[in-house]
Design a protein around this ligand. Structure first.
Ligand SMILES: O=C(O)CCC(=O)C(=O)O
Length: 256
């Protein structure tokens, strides 16, 4: 871990509590990012072909080069497991939540060059179904990310308001988007370009979105670590029913 975040812990917590997100430059060094990319390459080559379809999404499922999202990396692979559980990401999540962080998911997010779709505006808490809504997502940039290839955009302070109504989208991997998105919402967004190794951390209530990848040559790869606070209770029945219904719909539509 390149950044000594513990030395700045109180300032980081203040910014996170105020804005609902915080950007930490050079959280990972160049060589740590290189190691992640090497392991991703191995995982995609050796393991992804045998994953269940609901854990590996493609922009075009007939074209393996269009891989856009992976779920549960930490459960499938010991390199990613060690990164997610018992390490620096978990420690930082605990510090920001003020509650012991419990790892839930490690996702891979890619927007392939030219075809990567936008991420609809949403709050992770809508998907998580937690009471209280105490969770963070940590988004680690693995390459240069900017307005052209689809950087993440947040509405600062939105974590202090309510969960907005969401509705079904047609975007594979982001099935829910804010239903009453307005020009005022758009104007309130702040874009977060990032360099490889930079970490964006957002609260589960924070509204965020990203554009599609307009670059013809550059992909947009990132890892997303999800942690729930120990005291947050998930409505597991409602969540399992939703995931089951969604998987059925995606299979019926030929998307997975
Ligand atoms: O990678 C993206 O475009 C957005 C990721 C996201 O929505 C999340 O990590 O909660």
């Amino acid at each position: 871990m390149s950044l000594d975040w513990k030395a700045q812990q109180s300032d980081i917590r203040t910014r996170f509590d105020r804005d609902g997100f915080v950007q930490l430059s050079s959280f990972f060094s160049e060589s740590e990012v290189g190691e992640v990319l090497e392991n991703l390459e191995r995982f995609i080559r050796d393991r992804v072909p045998s994953l269940p379809p609901e854990h590996a999404f493609y922009e075009d499922k007939a074209d393996r080069r269009t891989l856009k999202q992976l779920q549960n990396l930490h459960g499938y692979d010991s390199f990613f497991g060690k990164l997610t559980v018992g390490g620096g990401f978990e420690d930082l999540a605990t510090a920001l939540l003020g509650d012991r962080a419990v790892a839930q998911n490690l996702q891979y997010f890619n927007k392939p060059a030219g075809i990567g779709k936008g991420t609809p505006a949403h709050q992770d808490g809508y998907y998580f179904m937690l009471e209280p809504c105490l969770a963070v997502t940590m988004w680690l940039a693995l390459e240069e990310v900017d307005a052209e290839n689809g950087c993440v955009r947040y509405i600062p302070g939105s974590h202090k308001r309510c969960i907005r109504p969401h509705q079904r989208t047609t975007t594979l991997g982001f099935s829910q988007g804010i239903a009453d998105w307005s020009d005022a919402d758009e104007a309130a967004t702040v874009s977060c370009p990032a360099n490889p190794g930079d970490l964006l951390v957002h609260h589960a209530m924070t509204i965020h979105r990203a554009d599609g990848n307009q670059s013809k040559t550059r992909s947009r790869q990132a890892l997303g670590f999800v942690y729930f606070g120990e005291s947050a209770k998930a409505d597991e029945k409602a969540k399992a029913a939703y995931v089951q219904k969604l998987t059925r719909e995606m299979k019926a539509a030929g998307k997975i």
